[in-house]
Write a protein that binds this ligand. Structure first.
Ligand SMILES: *Cc1c(COP(=O)(O)O)cnc(C)c1O
Length: 405
């Protein structure tokens, strides 16, 4: 999955360009920077690579989500429908703009269940936010249709799915806006960084302003810029953008290697009786970051995950017990543990929605293991890993079958 595995001379060269001029900020200093504009160059490269009309870089994926929501006009009291399986950043961003995260079930795609989305729509619903988890995609045709029927915004959290496609379009470019994260463990990295992609010029312009204190960026003198809107500072630095520029140019190679290694692990597991795989709405668009599969029961999945760790097979996530990716362990959200007081209405709504039971998601997530795919394995290493995982899974399934017989 992570671009950091293949960090090297290309990244050093881009960073050095910035260090040579000493202009570490992305805006202004036009003369001193001697034509070096890494953030602008990376934004151009993102548009070209992913087929988006506009891209705005931010300081993180979380900042990208917050910025996109602000630019789309999502605010106080608006309900955003999002999945129970995501990274906490998704609901943090919703709360940061004063909106209400409405969690709904995922299905065997590990992403939003379109039926669950439809059932959760109220008069306050403003947007649907699919999260393309673990390198693969949500059911975009179905979600787009729901948003069109109900006049809702569609905001894609594509932070974990950089380079994935759905019916030929890059994830992040299908909805009204989409976000990427370039944090250290994502498909490509800037160390820390993120981006909003959009085909809407007005949304883009608002992202650009919001992320730089509201600056309109129309003149050469920052002090004379006008401030049509309030904003914050979610800027990326030139140093971070420089790393990302080298990484995005290597993305195609990363994905080829990842999919190759993914297929080796898949082939080792595909015929094991009792193991089934995550449904991928458009298999051609997968990034191969993870191979996600299901065991017949929660007990077997948990035992298998523990066994793999014990025998030294790393990188297998059992999300159901993970504190950061599945609602079951988000007690801080469910109990309303805020440092700064929320508006009483918002707090009550948030706690109402997050304290529901999610038996459908539980039944899926409790049986799921996601095995991460490294860019660094050669074929022999990938095969050895696949065989080891297969051995554990077969033993666990056989063991439980005997006990249950
Ligand atoms: C990583 C991630 C984010 C946030 O990105 P940061 O750059 O770490 O702030 C948001 N959503 C998902 C699904 C993520 O995996």
């Amino acid at each position: 999955m992570p671009g950091y595995e293949l960090f090297g001379a290309e990244e050093r060269k881009e960073v050095n360009d910035v260090l040579e001029t000493g202009i570490l900020m992305r805006y202004g200093f036009d003369g001193a920077r001697q034509g070096i504009w890494k953030a602008k160059e990376l934004e151009h490269e993102l548009c070209k690579t992913f087929g988006a009309a506009h891209a705005q870089l931010l300081s993180s994926g979380t900042a990208a989500l917050t910025t996109a929501m602000a630019a789309l006009g999502i605010g106080a009291g608006d309900e955003i429908i999002m999945p129970t399986f995501t990274f906490v950043a998704s609901f943090e961003a919703v709360l940061s703009v004063g909106a209400i995260p409405v969690m709904v079930d995922v299905d065997d795609t590990l992403t939003l269940s379109p039926a669950a989305v439809e059932a959760a729509i109220t008069s306050k619903t403003k947007a649907v936010m699919p999260v393309h988890m673990c390198g693969s995609m949500s059911q975009m045709d179905e979600l787009q249709a729901i948003c069109a029927t109900h006049h809702l915004l569609l905001l894609e959290d594509a932070c974990q799915a950089i380079g994935a496609t759905y019916k030929g379009k890059c994830l992040g470019t299908i909805g009204d806006a989409g976000t990427f994260s370039f944090d250290f463990v994502k498909i490509i990295t800037c160390a820390e960084g993120g981006a909003v992609l959009t085909n809407n010029k007005d949304t883009y312009k608002k992202c650009e302003e919001y992320s730089d204190h509201g600056h309109d960026h129309l003149g050469k003198d920052r002090g004379a810029d006008l401030h049509p809107y309030l904003g914050y500072n979610y800027r990326i630095s030139e140093l971070h953008a420089a790393v990302g520029l080298a990484q995005v140019r290597k993305l195609k190679g990363f994905l080829e290697q990842q999919l190759h290694n993914h297929s080796i692990i898949y082939n080792a597991l595909k015929d094991i009786e009792g193991v089934t795989f995550r449904r991928i709405p458009d298999p051609k668009g997968d990034t191969g970051s993870f191979l996600s599969f299901f065991l017949p029961t929660e007990e077997m999945a948990r035992t298998a995950a523990t066994k793999m760790a014990t025998v030294g097979i790393g990188g297998n996530a059992y999300w159901y017990d993970n504190n950061w990716h599945y609602i079951r362990k988000w007690q801080h959200l469910q109990s309303g543990s805020w440092m700064n007081r929320l508006h009483d209405d918002q707090k009550q709504q948030v706690m109402h929605y997050t304290n529901q039971a999610f038996p459908v998601s539980d039944a899926i997530m409790s049986r799921c293991i996601s095995s991460s795919i490294s860019l660094l394995w050669d074929d022999a290493q990938a095969r050895e890993r696949g065989d080891k995982i297969a051995e554990v899974l077969k033993k666990v399934i056989a063991g439980h079958a005997v006990v249950n017989a």
